[in-house]
Design a protein around this ligand. Structure first.
Ligand SMILES: Cc1cc2nc3c(=O)[nH]c(=O)nc-3n(C[C@H](O)[C@H](O)[C@H](O)COP(=O)(O)OP(=O)(O)OC[C@H]3O[C@@H](n4cnc5c(N)ncnc54)[C@H](O)[C@@H]3O)c2cc1C
Length: 474
């Protein structure tokens, strides 16, 4: 029997605090990592160049971590249903390990890979790792999955949380015969973004890799977490963790993240500090809420959760959609946010809610257009969180409040009082009076003089129209 097993990395680009990798290391003398460049994912229309570059950075760091442990991370290119069993059979691996994924595509693919491996008499071991509580364990009193966040949070929060997992990767050198066998396979060197067909020239907003993710967590939990409750809604200040890309690609284990929050509780010295930690833990629970939702309701990925939204008569004006994408709607807070997204690949959560409300309730454009544009641009683009955020904003999702409509001016006045965020991303407005920027009382002449567009729609008219259309399908 072979002494070698493979660990197939996907959205878990780390060695530390990895449930499946720990199990793999207990089961065999040698553990080799593998990552497959899945062309059916990379050729989708909704892949963001910034996300690909970030992922490649994480893979480079992971390969180095394997090398330092005396093992290696292999890269293969193509359909994982062929490549993973091919690699495992070539190396005569006794088993392949991986972590579950909630996305519908991944579940079907994993089933096929599993069947192919078993046909080669290679064992398959799978674990939940991405979530503190796997989606099958948090249920309502009637044993149903949750579709409302608040009771989910209460149940989720009441459960004991798992501790970080220790992983001791064994020294795992390949034999000369195995190295020779590998030459028959399409294993590749780590490709560049250009080789994969993507271009992202700007510096990454977050440094990829496990060291950077760990440092970010330490920095956040040392300071900002205590003010999170008060500061998280202000896009001009850096009051949030910036950990979404690291959590998306799993460069940090969720158990490690949770342990850092409980350590912060011990160090907290005020009610405000404790409130900050709880609010941040609630965001981690939102992440898990949307993942369990997608797992139990895979049709969320295809369309609205609420049936009546399937008939919603969206206006879908392409010119207005283009103006929204480019940050040229004439609404300063919306434009600032869209330009932040286009230039950095990231957008503050408050602004994600503002621009999503604007697209769906002011422009009356199908939320799925916005969902796709976000996936095409976000460094942290994640099907479950993005779909959840868009359906929440469009009122087509699980949120029990159906008609939430954000007024972009009120939002700016509340959350960007000095217009610092707006001025940073919409430099045309740098010298314009703050009150004028925030109230929308920007005269057409001023707009013309500074080169800033007129509003493409009237918020109060559109708000009425949306309500009428909503009533017509309800
Ligand atoms: C329309 C819309 C689209 C979104 N698309 C995505 C997406 O593609 N990927 C993504 O990770 N988040 C998405 N979010 C959620 C949220 O905006 C980001 O997670 C957050 O802005 C990331 O910044 P941060 O890491 O500093 O967050 P923090 O405020 O520090 O929160 C900590 C972590 O909790 C999780 N989280 C926070 N808020 C949410 C939320 N509402 N839903 C799910 N998880 C959350 C994230 O993993 C985040 O890193 C979206 C929200 C909206 C309204």
């Amino acid at each position: 029997m072979s002494d070698l097993v493979l660990f197939w990395h996907r959205n878990d680009l780390r060695i530390l605090d990895s449930v499946g990798l720990a199990q793999a290391c207990h089961s065999a003398a040698r553990v080799i990592g593998v990552f497959c460049f899945d062309r059916s994912i990379l050729s989708r229309e909704d892949i963001a160049p910034a996300r690909v570059v970030y992922m490649l950075g994480c893979l480079k760091a992971l390969a180095e971590d394997y090398r330092q442990a005396g093992s290696q991370l292999l890269f293969v290119d193509g359909d994982p249903v062929d490549r993973i069993p091919q690699l495992a059979a070539t190396l005569k691996a006794k088993a392949v390990y991986w972590h579950h994924d909630v996305e519908p595509y991944s579940q079907i693919r994993d089933e096929q890979v599993s069947t192919a491996l078993k046909a080669h008499n290679i064992q398959v071991h799978t674990n939940w790792d991405r979530l503190l509580h796997d989606p099958t364990t948090i249920r309502t009193g009637n044993k149903q999955p949750y579709s409302v966040y608040s009771p989910f949070w209460r149940n989720w929060n009441s459960q004991p949380k798992p501790a970080p997992v220790e992983v001791k990767l064994p020294k795992s050198e390949l034999t000369p015969a195995e190295i020779q066998a590998l030459t028959q396979l399409p294993t590749i060197d780590l490709p560049t973004a250009t080789e994969l067909g993507f271009t992202w020239a700007a510096p990454l907003i977050f440094e990829p890799g496990t060291t950077a993710a760990a440092q970010q967590l330490v920095t956040f939990c040392h300071d900002s977490i205590y003010q999170y409750d008060e500061q998280r809604n202000y896009p001009a200040i850096s009051g949030t963790s910036g950990m979404s890309a690291a959590l998306k690609f799993g460069t940090i284990g969720i158990r490690t993240v949770w342990a850092a929050t409980t350590a912060a509780v011990t160090a907290a010295n005020s009610e405000t500090a404790l409130a900050g930690i709880t609010t941040w833990q609630q965001e981690l629970a939102w992440r898990e809420f949307y993942q369990q939702a997608l797992y139990h309701f895979p049709s969320l990925a295809q369309g609205p959760y609420r049936d009546h939204f399937k008939q919603f008569p969206w206006v879908n004006d392409k010119t207005q959609f283009k103006a929204w994408c480019e940050g040229k709607t004439g609404y300063p807070i919306v434009d600032a946010a869209m330009r932040q997204l286009n230039q950095t690949g990231w957008m503050h959560n408050r602004c994600r809610m503002i621009v999503a409300s604007f697209l769906t309730k002011d422009l009356i454009i199908n939320w799925q257009w916005g969902e796709k544009y976000f996936m095409q641009t976000l460094i942290d683009g994640d099907l479950a969180a993005n779909n959840g955020g868009w359906q929440w904003s469009a009122s087509s999702g699980m949120d029990p409040k159906p008609l939430r409509i954000f007024n972009p001016y009120t939002q700016a006045q509340k959350f960007d009082q000095d217009a610092n965020y707006i001025r940073k991303w919409v430099p045309e407005l740098k010298s314009v009076d703050t009150k004028m920027i925030l109230s929308g009382d920007l005269l057409p002449l001023t707009r013309h003089q500074v080169g800033y567009p007129l509003p493409i729609v009237d918020h109060s008219i559109q708000q009425r129209l949306f309500k009428e259309l909503y009533a017509s399908v309800k």
